[in-house]
Write a protein that binds this ligand. Structure first.
Ligand code: FUB
Length: 305
């Protein structure tokens, strides 16, 4: 039995947009799924997948755990999800294209991390535009849960304790898209922030990792990150976390697991890979003493823990 897991870690289907969640001694990994056959030569994605491991080398494939056909109001685009546990229930936040409209965020609820998940019956966030994608969720020590999301603007809502509604009085808050917060870049706001935010707290410092576009002509996505002393910012840009790769998109997912820190990402490295046929990878990294993170290289794989 091997003590090493080579990247990409999933090789039987194309997967992207990795979102890890640690529960007790198990790391669950939620991913999107790029279909082999494309419709209209665009992202063709109809379901979400779940995998789990206890040692980073041996993975269990839990298969399809939620999909467009479980969401009556959804049309296409089963895009980047994230799952979180609260009071023994699991909430899977998923961007989808709403029938006859733009992107919106669905929530699937389950008593098990591996589903099946049940749609709450309506979008949680639906501004009627295309910005409502790539939700990232975090519950702070005081119990307040935050859902950040967005492309090209980073926005957030304050989730209520039920995790399936948000504080309507505060509404959808638009984060100021400044170079001081997200660096200079070539995306629509003039910053490097693109999409795929990943929000978490570690040692009292809040992190916003994101997929971004460096300045210049059309670039592939790299990862940048910003930190803050508060959950709602102001965010201070801290630099590039992973250099851009050969694939147009990338999507960060970060967690600590059994004393190790991992950055999940995706590439187009599997045979037959393309910008619409991606594959999930993982790299181990360490934090500097002040909480900053040096640029993490795409790597060959990870060791057993
Ligand atoms: O996988 C579809 C979309 O591409 C995701 O929502 C983005 O983060 C990018 O990876």
């Amino acid at each position: 039995m091997s003590d090493y897991r080579k990247n990409p870690i999933i090789t039987d289907i194309y997967t992207a947009d990795p979102a890890p969640m640690v529960v007790k001694d198990t790391l669950y990994l939620y991913t999107t799924h790029d279909e082999d056959e494309l419709v209209d030569n665009f992202y063709t994605m109809v379901d979400w997948r779940c995998y789990s491991t206890k040692d980073m080398v041996n993975w269990i494939d839990h298969g399809r755990i939620f999909g467009l056909s479980d969401i009556e109001w959804a049309e296409t685009r089963a895009w980047a999800p994230q799952c979180i546990e609260r009071n023994g229930r699991f909430y899977l936040y998923c961007p989808v294209k709403k029938t006859g409209s733009g992107m919106a965020i669905a929530v699937g609820v389950s008593d098990s991390p591996t589903g099946p998940f049940k749609d709450i019956g309506h979008p949680l966030v639906d501004e009627g535009d295309w910005n409502d994608i790539d939700p990232t969720v975090f519950i702070d020590d005081d119990g307040q849960a935050y859902l950040y999301f967005g492309n090209p603007e980073l926005r957030y809502v304050l989730l209520n304790e039920d995790m399936v509604s948000f504080d309507e009085k505060v509404g959808v808050v638009k984060v100021p898209m400044t170079e001081a917060s997200f660096g200079k870049g070539s995306h629509m706001t003039g910053t490097s922030y693109g999409e795929g935010p990943w929000f978490y707290k570690r040692n009292g410092l809040y992190y916003m990792v994101f997929a971004g576009f460096a300045p210049g002509e059309r670039r592939n996505e790299h990862f940048g990150y910003a930190t803050s002393s508060f959950a709602t910012g102001p965010w201070k840009y801290k630099g590039v976390l992973m250099e851009e790769g050969p694939c147009f998109t990338n999507h960060p997912g970060i967690c600590d697991f059994k004393g190790h820190s991992y950055l999940f990402y995706h590439t187009d490295e599997l045979p037959g890979g393309s910008l619409f046929h991606r594959s999930v990878c993982v790299a181990e990294f360490t934090y500097n003493e002040d909480g900053t993170i040096d640029t993490v290289s795409k790597c060959d794989g990870v060791k057993k823990i």
